[in-house]
Design a protein around this ligand. Structure first.
Ligand code: AHR
Length: 484
């Protein structure tokens, strides 16, 4: 087991009741249209949902589901010269959706510099896009602006000219996001601060472009994981659940050091009081060698077609970058299910990686458990760490209609069989292709028949996964329910 995998397991294995409840939530929450893997979705009779990355080369991804039922997407383009918007009836459709350029920077002068991290919001009967713009003679002299329109469709709208959003100082300010709570609209943004590149600030708003309270600093990068390369707290995003307001933010340089932290306030707290906000001591979402995801961050939140929470973020699929990371174009937009712990906090776990979204497998013979691996063997566990229980059902490539089963934590290694033994391996000469069949004990489940050993199935036997002919009392042990 490689070092990072080992660290991962030693640090996180069997988190305890939190994950069990999260698993229960996921099991209970699995519904039509949930974000599940392509073959798994097909097996479940649903349209193929999506494959990560959802939208290539769109960093700082912002995705929202509007009251018209459509998804609207925007993000930073590698050229940092324009604002684009995509719309689609489904999240999966965003990848092939047309892209409208709704605003382009002027050829020179104010706002002629870098155009960063646009966000689409709809409130007070209008669309608003918040973004940061530099100047042509100083592309990093970024300040916050907003454009608005009363049109129904932001992809075809005529937008009003940009309006500057003034904060407490005329300094480097970016990554504005807005949310409403308790009848008050707030703005959260990043701004340069003494001794650091950027801290997070909050203020109330009296209009889409005007603050109505003195800005309050609620997060400063001080910990090691926030100050690698650059001392940064930026890219705030808000989700309100379970009586709390959760604000994710991104930290450190935009290379593989980039990661996410979390601020939490009680929903009844005074949000303009810095003391109301608690920052996690460690990052909640980081680079993962196992899933080959690097620099995950600048996230947003939405819900899938079935109403389940979804985390939207960018990440690269390689660690080493030539030159300035800011000009590496491959921060791709990605999505994954957002799980929740028993204590009501979000469980971000790991960035699941390129390809189909993972599923978790609940054995019909061991209800409430989930298959999980330790990097080598697969067993049924009652409260496994999320990432260790996530498997990608990907096309079998060599063998038509077959699938390989790829643990998200071991990108490029699959469940392989040699004899009756099932292991996570890259061993050539073993078999990794399976046919997804209707569940042998329950048609709503799935059974996996070996392509190379017809008649033999994956079976949970004595708590471990093996390949075997299914005994007359083992039909449930060879049936697995797919969970998001
Ligand atoms: O992606 C451009 C800028 O780089 C974003 O505004 C910021 O979040 C990131 O650091």
């Amino acid at each position: 087991m490689n070092d990072s995998l080992n660290r991962h397991f030693s640090r996180r294995m069997f988190l305890g009741s939190g994950t069990a409840a999260a698993a229960a939530f996921a099991i209970a929450g699995a519904g039509a249209g949930s974000l599940i893997a392509a073959p798994a979705a097909a097996a479940a009779g649903r349209s193929v949902p999506l494959i990560n990355p959802v939208v290539p080369q769109r960093a700082d991804p912002w995705l929202m589901k509007h009251t018209d039922g459509k998804y609207y997407f925007t993000g930073s383009v590698p050229e940092y010269d324009r604002i684009i918007v995509r719309s689609s009836p489904t999240i999966a459709g965003l990848g092939s959706a047309g892209e409208a350029v709704v605003w382009t920077r002027p050829a020179s002068g104010t706002m002629g510099g870098h155009i960063w991290a646009p966000e689409l919001h709809h409130f007070d009967g209008k669309w608003h896009i918040y973004f940061a713009a530099g100047d042509s003679n100083d592309v990093f002299r970024v300040r916050i602006y907003v454009i608005s329109t009363a049109a129904a469709d932001p992809t075809t709208a005529k937008w009003e000219p940009p309006v500057r959003v003034f904060t407490h100082a005329d300094t480097f300010s970016l990554d504005a996001t807005t949310f409403e709570h308790g009848g008050t609209r707030y703005l959260l943004w990043a701004q340069s601060d003494t001794g650091v590149n950027s801290s997070l600030y909050i203020a109330s708003m009296s209009s889409p472009s005007t603050l109505s309270s003195a800005p309050v600093r609620i997060a400063v990068p001080t910990m090691d994981w926030e100050t690698r390369g650059f001392k940064v707290n930026e890219g705030a995003a808000v989700i309100k659940r379970n009586g709390r307001i959760f604000v994710t933010f991104s930290a450190s340089a935009t290379d593989a050091n980039y990661c996410m932290g979390l601020l939490t306030a009680d929903e009844n707290a005074e949000l303009l009081d810095a003391a109301s906000w608690t920052k996690t001591p460690t990052p909640v979402f980081t680079t993962n060698e196992g899933s080959k995801q690097y620099g995950p961050g600048h996230n947003s939140f939405t819900v899938d077609e079935a109403g389940n929470d979804v985390l939207v973020y960018h990440a690269r699929s390689y660690r080493n970058i030539v030159g300035d990371p800011l000009y590496d174009p491959n921060r791709h937009a990605r999505v994954q299910r957002l799980h929740w712990n028993a204590d009501g906090t979000p469980n971000f776990d790991i960035p699941v990686g390129d390809g189909e979204l993972p599923v978790r497998l609940e054995p019909a013979s061991a209800s409430g458990t989930l298959l999980a691996h330790d990097g080598v063997t697969v067993t049924a566990a009652s409260s496994p760490m999320l990432g260790a229980s996530q498997f990608r059902l990907a096309p079998g490539y060599a063998k038509k209609n077959s699938v390989v089963i790829e643990p998200v934590l071991t990108k490029g290694r699959y469940l392989r069989v040699q004899g009756s033994t099932v292991t996570v391996a890259t061993t050539e000469g073993s078999s990794s292709a399976f046919l997804q069949r209707g569940g042998l004990s329950d048609a709503t489940g799935t059974s996996f028949e070996s392509v190379d050993f017809p008649g033999s199935f994956l079976v949970l036997r004595d708590g471990a996964l093996v390949l075997a002919k299914v005994g007359k009392n083992e039909r449930a042990a060879a049936t697995f329910f797919l969970r998001p």
